[in-house]
Design a protein around this ligand. Structure first.
Ligand code: ADP
Length: 260
C-alpha cells in the first residue's frame, strides 16, 4: 500500500487535520515484477545462443577452420543457434503483435475464418515434421464446419503451435486434431500419445518461457513462448483453452472458439 498525506489548515493557517489517501498498488507492483522478469528472461534467452555463436566463430578463426570435420561441426552448431535466435525473435514479435491487438477494441472480432482452410496453410510444415519423426497425424476437419470468429493468420498460428508441440513431445504413436460444434462454439481438440505433462506443472505451461524440461524443449527447437501465444490468441477472441494430460500416455488440449 502507498499512502499520501494532505494536511488541512484552518482559515488562520492552523493545522486542524489531514486527509490520508491509501492506494492499493498490489496489481501495479505485480505487473512491474512481471515486466522485469520478462526482460530478464528475454535477455537470457538471447544471450545464450549469441555466446555460443561468438565462441564457435572465434574458435574457427583461431585455426579450427583448417580441420574440415571440426569446421563442419562448428558451422552446423552456429547454424542451429542462429535458427534458434530467429525463432525466438519471430515468437517475440508475434506475442507483441497479439498483445497490441488485444488493446484495440473490436479489431479481433471483425474477422472470420475456416478451420480446414487455416490448416491447409500449415499442413506442409506439420507433415514434414511428423514424417521426420515417424509420427502419424490424423486431422478430421469437415469442410462444412461453421466459420470461427478469428482472423485466418491467427487461427493458422494456433493450429501450428499446438500441432507442432504435439509432434515435438511425441516419440511414437499418433497426433490428432478433431472438431466438434455446439450452438456457440467450435471445439478443436489436439491430442497426442506423447510424454505427457506432470500434473503439478499444468497450471504453468502457458507462462512465457516456462518449460517442463528445458533441455528437451531446446533440443526440439522450442522457444518456450508457443503456448503463451496460443493462450493470448484464444482468450483474445473470447475463447477458452484447457489441457488434460497423463504422464507416458499423452496430452489433449481443447480450444473452445466462438462461432462467427
Ligand atoms: P516450447 O517452445 O518449449 O515447446 P511452449 O510454450 O510451446 O514452449 O510449451 C511449454 C512447455 O509445455 C513445453 O516446454 C513442454 O514442456 C510442455 N508441452 C507443451 N505441449 C506439450 C505436449 N503436447 N506434450 C507434452 N508437453 C508439452
Amino acid at each position: 500500500v502507498e499512502s499520501q498525506v494532505n494536511p488541512i489548515s484552518s482559515e488562520l493557517g492552523q493545522p486542524i487535520g489531514a486527509v490520508i489517501v491509501f492506494h492499493d498498488v498490489t496489481e501495479l507492483r505485480r505487473l512491474e515484477r512481471m515486466r522485469t522478469e520478462f526482460v530478464a528472461n528475454v535477455s537470457h534467452e538471447l544471450r545464450t545462443p549469441l555466446t555460443s555463436i561468438k565462441g564457435f566463430v572465434e574458435t574457427l578463426l583461431d585455426g579450427a577452420a583448417d580441420d574440415p570435420s571440426l569446421r563442419d561441426r562448428f558451422l552446423k552448431i552456429i547454424q542451429a543457434e542462429t535458427l534458434r535466435l530467429q525463432r525466438l525473435i519471430e515468437d517475440l514479435l508475434t506475442l507483441a503483435h497479439i498483445e497490441g491487438r488485444e488493446n484495440r477494441v473490436g479489431v479481433s472480432s471483425d474477422k472470420v475464418s475456416y478451420a480446414h482452410k487455416a490448416y491447409e496453410k500449415i499442413k506442409p510444415v506439420i507433415d514434414s515434421f511428423a514424417l521426420a519423426k515417424g509420427i502419424k497425424v490424423e486431422v478430421d476437419l469437415a469442410d462444412d464446419l461453421p466459420p470461427i470468429l478469428i482472423g485466418e493468420d491467427l487461427l493458422s498460428q494456433l493450429l501450428l503451435n499446438l500441432l507442432e508441440n504435439a509432434v515435438k513431445y511425441t516419440t511414437e504413436g499418433r497426433v490428432w486434431l478433431t472438431a466438434r460444434v455446439d450452438e456457440e462454439h467450435i471445439r478443436l481438440e489436439f491430442g497426442d500419445t506423447g510424454c505427457g505433462i506432470p500434473e503439478e506443472t499444468l497450471s504453468r505451461i502457458f507462462e512465457r518461457f516456462y518449460r517442463v524440461d528445458k533441455a528437451r524443449s531446446r533440443e526440439q527447437g522450442g522457444t518456450g513462448l508457443g503456448l503463451s501465444i496460443v493462450k493470448h490468441i484464444v482468450e483474445g477472441i473470447g475463447g477458452e483453452i484447457n489441457v488434460t494430460s497423463q504422464m507416458g500416455v499423452g496430452t489433449v488440449f481443447t480450444c473452445d472458439l466462438p462461432r462467427a
